[in-house]
Each structure stands twice: as C-alpha cells, then as structure tokens.
Design a protein around this ligand. Structure first.
Ligand SMILES: *Cc1c(COP(=O)(O)O)cnc(C)c1O
Length: 437
C-alpha cells in the first residue's frame, strides 16, 4: 500500500500494554458494560482487536481467528481489502468531510440505482438505524397514516419506532425503558411468514397502516428465509391497501445478489433501506425507492431528513470500491462457499445423528440447536442457547470467530477460501460434539 504504512508488527504489539482481560476491566470504568454496542460484551470478557486481514481477525492477546462475524456484515471482501484501503487512503489525502456535494456520491447513487430494482433515487445517511427511521417517516408522510407492521424478532436498528417487544400479548410495548408507549403503540408485531395474521390485521386496520417493514431474510434472529410466496403475498396486500412495502436490506443488500433480496426473490418493494456493505467497512446507510416517493424528501419535498455526515466522502469511496468488486464471480463463489459450509454442517449433524437446523442462503449461515424447523421468531427461540454457547466457545478455542449469539447470522467473505471453510468445519464438528457432552 503506497499511501499509508502500518507500523511494523513488533511496534504494534509493543504499543499495547494490556491484554484483553485487563483492557475490559479498564473499559468498564469508562464505557457502559465496557463496550459501545451490547452484542460485543462477550462473556467472560471480549477479545480486543489488534487488526484484521483478509478472512482473519487478530487480537491483542496474540490470537487470530477465521472471522465469520465480519463486523456483523459490512466486510463482504474481508478485512482491510487492499483496493478499498488504497481508495480510502487517496480520499483521506483530499479531506474527510466537506459539507458540500461530491461527484463520488452521485456516482454511488447511480450505481445503487443501476443495481437495486426499486431504487430510482437515493438518500445517503450514516447508519442502518437512520435509514429505517427515515424510510418509516417517508412512508407515513406519503400515506398520511401512522401505524407500521413489523415482524417479531426483526431488527431495524435502535430507534424508538422499532424497539418494540416481541411475543404475543406484548403488541406495541416498548422494548426498552425510555421509549414512550405513545411511540410504539403505532408499531404492530406479527410473526414472520404468517399470511393469515397479516391478512387479519390489514382487514381491520388498513386505514391506519402506513407501512410493512421487513428483513426479506431475517438476519437478526439467526437466519430465516421467507417461505415460498410470502414476499409476493406482501407485495400484493400492500399494493391493494395503500400500504408502503419497505424491505430492510441492511444485511441482504448487495450480499445475496447484486440487487439484494428483491432481485434474488424477484419481488420489488416501494422503499429499501441499506447499510453495512454499502459503506465498505465505514459507517453508512441509505434509503432508496421509487422517484415519486423519494421526491418527497427535503429539500426537493417536505419530508425532513438531514445529517452532517450524510454522503461522507470516506464512506462513499469505500462503498464504491467495494461494489466494484461485487461482480458475477463474487456472487457465484459466494453461493458455492455458502453451500459448502451448509452442506458440511449438515453432514456433521447427520453423522452425529442430531436433528438440528442448518439455515441460510448465499453467504449467510447459522445452525439452530433445535429439532424444530425455524420459520419465525418463536420457533427460533426453541433453540438451546447453552449448547450454542458451548459451540461458540469451542470455536473460539479453535481459532474461529462467529457472532456470539444463537440469534445472529454468520457471514462468509470473498477472502475466505474453500480451504478456510474446511478448517472451519473441523472446528465446528468439535464445537457441536462439545455442545452435546
Ligand atoms: C444492522 C441492521 C440495522 C441497523 O444498522 P446500523 O448501521 O447498525 O444502525 C438495521 N436493519 C438491519 C436488518 C440490520 O441488520
């Protein structure tokens, strides 16, 4: 790399005086729970990152891991992919924020429009959270209605509209103190893949429902695909009832196909929210959709949305360089490596005569420690979390890092080789056996 040079490894290790365990003790004095996002508080203490390279993450304790967490999704090309780092380095030399438009953001918007079927115009924001918050505001504005339907267990970021408690009888209740009931009262929960529940709800409340928001493949309760016909059903019922259909493709966007889940499944929503991969490893989100909807966004329209770092040139550059690398070959290889992983897991389970669920598609995968088939949140929750935890710890001890929760999704990057996956499957076999002891 020509622009920036990493201090040599020895210096890097010498600079770090404390190991993860002590760093975490110290961190807890200054950061709530010692972390900046709850899922990172791995027990008994998280490992602290030193650096990432390709498929591997290195910690300050001298370990390295084959990484299937990949920062929870953004690192589709692996860690510090040289062309992305080079492009970002070049941009850094020209500044990191301007407060005026750049050519680069127009180019990235054009690229998004080219790839994503529903996208005719785009607004870049800073996170997936902001993207869903803004898309919901827009849907409410254009329909003049207040309620949104959301699926149990779906995650759309950490803002008030969508922090709603799951489970029957808890419809509309805040999932965190500090969220007013007045806010979540307008968010109605239904089980994923449940056409009847949605039909009933829409029949009763269609004059109040502004939008249905969903992850087309649920990636925040493990990995749950839509049943055949479910997305088509949603498309039809929303079109017929003046309801905006929002696909939250913060995970699936640019991952499972060039145009995301809407291309993969052939169902085009009205609005899409994106993030993670789109920022190429830097903070970013976006929402996009049909022109007539997006024209309502300020300053062209009356629906307010703004941000100091919207369209940040560093994130835009990283996103553009990342998308350049997501070509036909990438999607083909991603399918085949995903299959290799899921088949391998299936074989391990079969050999051990265990009837657990292997879930996923494309580069997404997870194993549910339950004999129950998983099509919704309640079924996902039948999984044995203790077993998962043993599996997780055994993987770590064998240099494999997956997200530390049964209810997250694992990802394979372009940097992972079929050989890496074979090594990983060996570790997973140990993990599954350990979980059964
Ligand atoms: C991660 C995620 C978000 C939130 O994105 P942030 O950038 O973390 O705010 C929203 N929706 C889905 C589906 C996600 O996976």
């Amino acid at each position: 790399m020509s622009i920036l040079k990493l201090n040599n490894e020895v210096n890097l290790m010498e600079r770090i005086k404390m190991k993860s365990e002590d760093l975490f003790k110290d961190a807890k004095n200054y950061l709530p729970g010692g972390v900046d996002s709850p899922v990172r508080a791995i027990k008994p203490y998280p490992f602290f990152a030193l650096k990432g390279e390709g498929p591997r993450l290195f910690d300050v304790d001298g370990n390295s891991y084959l990484d299937y967490c990949l920062a929870y999704g953004p690192l589709v090309l692996g860690h510090s992919y040289p062309p992305v780092m080079e492009a970002v380095g070049q941009q850094l030399l020209r500044g990191s924020a301007y407060g005026v438009p750049t050519e680069a953001e127009v180019n990235l918007a054009r690229e998004v429009v080219k790839r994503v079927p529903c996208a005719e115009m785009v607004r870049f924001v800073n996170s997936g959270t902001e993207a869903t918050m803004s898309a919901i505001r827009l849907a409410r504005a254009v329909t003049g209605k207040k309620k949104i339907i959301k699926f149990e267990g779906a995650y759309h970021g950490a803002h008030d509209y969508v922090l709603v408690k799951s489970g029957s009888g808890a419809v509309g209740l805040p999932d965190s103190p500090g969220v007013p009931e007045e806010t979540t009262r307008n968010t109605v929960l239904v089980p994923f893949n449940d056409e009847e529940a949605i039909t009933n709800l829409v029949e009763q409340e269609k004059d109040e429902i502004a939008a249905i928001i969903l992850e087309p493949v649920m990636g925040n309760v493990g990995c749950i695909p839509p049943q055949k016909g479910f997305l088509e059903f949603l498309r039809k019922i929303t079109s017929e009832n003046d309801i905006i259909l929002i696909f939250d493709e913060v995970i699936t966007g640019f991952r499972i196909a060039s145009g995301g889940a809407q291309e993969y499944f052939g169902v085009t929503p009205d609005l899409v929210t994106m993030g993670k991969i789109l920022g190429g490893g830097f903070p970013m989100g976006a929402f996009a959709g049909k022109r007539e909807l997006m024209e309502r966004i300020a300053p062209q329209g009356d629906v307010y949305q703004a941000g100091t770092f919207n369209g940040n040139p560093i994130s835009i550059t990283a996103g553009m360089e990342t998308l350049k690398n997501l070509d036909k070959d990438y999607y083909r290889e991603s399918e085949s490596k995903g299959l290799q992983m899921r088949r391998g897991l299936g074989d391990i389970l079969e050999d051990a005569a265990l009837e657990y669920q292997v879930a996923g598609l494309s580069s997404m995968f997870q194993i549910y420690f339950t004999p129950t088939k998983v099509w919704d949140y309640a079924q996902a929750k039948t999984a044995d979390v203790e077993k998962f935890n043993t599996y997780f710890r055994t993987l770590l001890a064998n240099e494999v890092f997956i997200p530390p929760s049964q209810f997250e999704c694992c990802f394979i990057s372009a940097a992972h080789t079929p050989n890496d996956i074979e090594l990983t499957l060996e570790a997973m076999e140990k993990g599954i056996k350990a979980a059964e002891k």
